[in-house]
Design a protein around this ligand. Structure first.
Ligand SMILES: Nc1ncnc2c1ncn2[C@@H]1O[C@H](COP(=O)(O)OP(=O)(O)OP(=O)(O)O)[C@@H](O)[C@H]1O
Ligand SMILES: [Mg+2]
Length: 244
């Protein structure tokens, strides 16, 4: 069972709301509202899909003047455009354009490797996002609800180069950091998203948005300690009480 199921069950009981589970617990219903995966009814569906589209959300952030790591969209193989992006940026990161938990996120520098990895992702019938590899030592996650910071943590890599908790990185909770909070607020507002996880990289150009997830997943974070479990629970409680 996912942590979110256990947490929402507890909240339902405490708040005297009905709780139902469908599709092996992937779809939950609290009161008369659904929670689908990690997506809550507090978000507008269009804004939610926009956030989960890495290249489209990059475009919107850029248009709003918010610093973000570039993500270029590919629906099909385009060797000329890939070669052009490579000559402009050097090493690239290739990933499915929608969320994947870090699994299918790969790096490539030679043009043949870039073509092969692009083919591989596109062959899975998923659009591809191509991003300049940007070395950064620190990545942060800021969880936002209604323009307010709910939680902020730094992701500590244990091995490798990806900051996904699902791949072994460890969260370290932080006190309010003005710069991170301001950037996360700007990003959430620019994308019209109420409840979201904003991932921010600390690059040599300063803080830049890596991605905004409209599904708020706190599985690894909440499993880490009783304290984290309670923090996650209170955040989900606010989202639930707002959506009923
Ligand atoms: N352009 C980039 N430059 C350097 N590192 C990157 C870049 N893009 C991604 N990474 C690294 O790979 C990790 C995973 O990438 P990203 O967060 O974009 O995809 P994801 O985790 O699969 O998506 P989601 O979090 O939505 O499931 C990041 O935490 C970061 O460490
Ligand atoms: Mg990520």
């Amino acid at each position: 069972m996912r942590q979110i199921e256990k947490i929402l069950q507890e909240i339902s009981e405490e708040e005297h709301l009905t709780y139902q589970s469908f599709a092996d617990g992937w779809i939950l219903r609290v009161g008369d509202k659904f929670i689908s995966g990690y997506h809550f009814a507090v978000n507008d569906a269009a804004a939610s899909q926009l956030c989960d589209d890495k290249s489209a959300s990059y475009e919107c952030l850029k248009a709003a003047g918010i610093p973000a790591i570039a993500h270029y969209f590919f629906l099909e193989m385009d060797k000329a455009r890939l070669a052009q992006i490579r000559s402009a940026h050097g090493e690239l990161v290739l990933k499915p354009n929608n969320s994947s938990g870090g699994e299918n996120v790969v790096r490539a520098s030679s043009i043949t490797d870039i073509f092969d990895k692009a083919e591989e992702i596109l062959s899975k019938s998923t659009p591809l996002a191509v991003s300049p590899f940007t070395p950064f030592s620190n990545e942060y996650r800021v969880i936002m609800l209604d323009g307010k910071v709910q939680l902020m943590y730094k992701k500590h890599i244990q091995s490798g180069w990806k900051h996904n908790l699902g791949l072994g990185a460890l969260p370290e909770r932080m006190e309010q950091n003005q710069q991170l909070a301001f950037l996360a607020m700007q990003a959430a507002s620019a994308l019209d998203i109420h409840f979201a996880s904003v991932d921010i990289a600390e690059t040599e150009n300063g803080l830049e948005i890596l991605e905004v997830n409209s599904g708020v997943m706190m599985e690894y974070f909440s499993a880490q300690s009783d304290e984290n479990y309670q923090i996650a629970k209170e955040i989900y409680r606010k989202a639930i009480l707002q959506q009923i």
